[in-house]
Design a protein around this ligand. Structure first.
Ligand SMILES: Cc1ncc(C[n+]2csc(CCOP(=O)(O)OP(=O)(O)O)c2C)c(N)n1
Ligand SMILES: [Mg+2]
Length: 345
C-alpha cells in the first residue's frame, strides 16, 4: 500500500496472534525485553552511585520494538541506530558484555571503549552506525540502501530514530529519496511521545507521523509499539517488501518513554496519569502474562528466563568493570584507515 495509512493496531494483544513465531523466538523475545529493561535500570543505578560515567539514554518503553526487530531482521541486514541504542544493539545479537563494556570505555567493548554509548557499532553484526545527532541516521540508511540495491543484494536496512527526529530536514530528504529510488530501507520511528521535554503535539502540527510521512509516497503505518507481536508483523512486513524490491516503509511504533530523557534526568514534567497508564502496560511483564495465559510458554520456563536474565546482567556489568581501559598505544588504533584500507596502529 503506498501513500495510505493503515489503522493503528488496537491496544491489547489481539494482534499478537496474527503472526506467531516459534517457541524459541518467543522465548528469545521475552529474554531480550528483560535484558533491555534490566540492563537499563542497572546502568542508571551504577551512574547514580558514581560508578558509571557515560551518556545514558534509557530504552524503557521500547522493549517490544527491539525484540520485534531482533526476530524480523535477517543476519545479513544492516541497522543504523541512535544514542538510544541498548535495545537496538541487543536486537543485532551483540553480546550484553560488549555493549556494557563499551559504555564503561573498556577494551571489552564493541569498539574497545573508544566509541562509547553514543557511537556504539558492530559492523560484523550489522550495527553500522549510531549517532548522537538527531535525525542523522536516516541519510546514512539511504546510502546503505542504495549500496544494497546496486549490489543486487538481499539485505535490507533498518534505521531507528525518535518521533522528534521526523521534524529534522534530513529525515524528509531521506524519505523522498528512498521512496523515489525504491530503496530497501525500513524507517522505524520509535515514537516515545517526547522530544526531550516537549510532547509530540506541541511540536508537530500533524502528530500522526505515519500519515504525515505517507505523503512522500512510501508505505507508512502506525503500530502499537508496546505490543511485540503487532510490531513484529509491521516491521517484518516492511522488511519483506524491502527485499522484494517494493521500496521503503515508515513504521511508526507508538510507545511511551517510561523514564526521563537521559540518564538520571528529571521527568516530573511528564503527566502522572499518562505515565501510570503506560507503566500499567509495561512491555516485558505484559508479554510474560500473555505468553503464559495463552499457553505459549509455561511459568517454569519464564521463571528460568528471568533468572538467566538477572545472571546475564550481573555478568555483563562485572565483565565491564573488570575489563581494562585501553592503553595509550591503543589511541590511534582502528581510528584512521591506511591507504590500503587496513586499520593502522
Ligand atoms: C540535530 C540535533 N539537535 C538537537 C539535539 C539535542 N537532542 C538530543 S536528543 C533530543 C530529542 C530528540 O527527540 P526524539 O527524536 O523524539 O528522540 P528521543 O530522544 O525521544 O528518543 C534532542 C533535541 C541533537 N542531539 N541533535
Ligand atoms: Mg521521542
Amino acid at each position: 500500500m503506498r501513500g495510505k495509512v493503515l489503522p493503528v493496531h488496537e491496544a491489547g494483544h489481539d494482534a499478537m496472534t496474527n503472526t506467531l513465531p516459534d517457541r524459541a523466538a518467543l522465548e528469545w523475545m521475552y529474554s531480550t525485553m528483560l535484558l533491555a529493561k534490566m540492563a537499563d535500570e542497572r546502568a542508571a543505578d551504577e551512574a547514580r552511585k558514581g560508578l558509571l560515567a557515560a551518556a545514558l539514554y534509557p530504552v524503557r518503553g521500547l522493549e517490544a520494538v527491539c525484540a520485534a526487530m531482533g526476530v524480523a531482521m535477517a543476519p545479513q541486514d544492516q541497522m543504523v541506530s541512535s544514542y538510544r541504542n541498548l535495545g537496538d544493539a541487543l536486537s543485532r545479537k551483540i553480546p550484553l558484555r560488549a555493549i556494557i563494556a563499551e559504555a564503561y570505555g573498556r577494551m571489552g567493548g564493541t569498539s574497545k571503549g573508544k566509541g562509547g554509548t553514543m557511537h556504539l557499532t558492530d559492523n560484523e553484526r550489522g550495527l553500522i552506525a549510531t549517532t548522537g545527532i538527531v535525525g542523522a541516521g536516516m541519510p546514512l540508511a539511504v546510502g546503505l540502501g542504495l549500496a544494497a540495491q546496486l549490489d543486487k543484494s538481499d539485505r535490507a536496512i533498518a534505521v531507528t530514530f525518535g518521533d522528534g527526529a521526523t521534524s529534522i530536514g534530513a529525515a524528509h530528504e531521506s524519505f523522498n529519496l528512498a521512496a523515489l529510488w525504491k530503496l530497501p530501507v525500513v524507517f522505524v520511528c520509535q515514537n516515545n511521545q517526547w522530544g526531550e521535554h516537549t510532547p509530540l503535539a506541541e511540536y508537530a502540527a500533524n502528530p500522526n507521523l505515519a500519515e504525515r510521512t505517507a505523503a512522500y509516497g512510501l508505505h507508512a503505518e502506525a503500530v502499537d509499539g508496546f505490543d511485540p507481536m503487532a510490531t513484529l508483523q509491521s516491521i517484518g512486513g516492511a522488511l519483506d517488501r524491502a527485499r522484494a524490491g517494493e521500496g521503503p516503509s515508515f513504521i511508526e511504533c507508538r510507545s511511551y518513554r517510561l523514564t526521563g530523557h537521559s540518564g538520571l534526568s528529571d521527568y516530573s514534567y511528564v503527566p502522572t496519569e499518562e505515565l501510570a497508564a503506560a507503566l500499567a502496560r509495561d512491555p516485558a511483564p505484559t508479554f510474560r502474562t500473555w505468553l503464559e495465559q495463552n499457553g505459549h510458554v509455561d511459568a517454569a520456563t519464564l521463571d528460568q528466563i528471568e533468572q538467566t536474565a538477572v545472571e546475564t546482567v550481573d555478568d555483563a556489568f562485572a565483565f565491564a568493570q573488570q575489563s581494562p581501559h585501553p592503553s595509550p598505544d591503543e589511541l590511534m588504533a582502528d581510528v584512521y584507515a591506511s591507504p590500503e584500507g587496513v586499520p593502522t596502529r
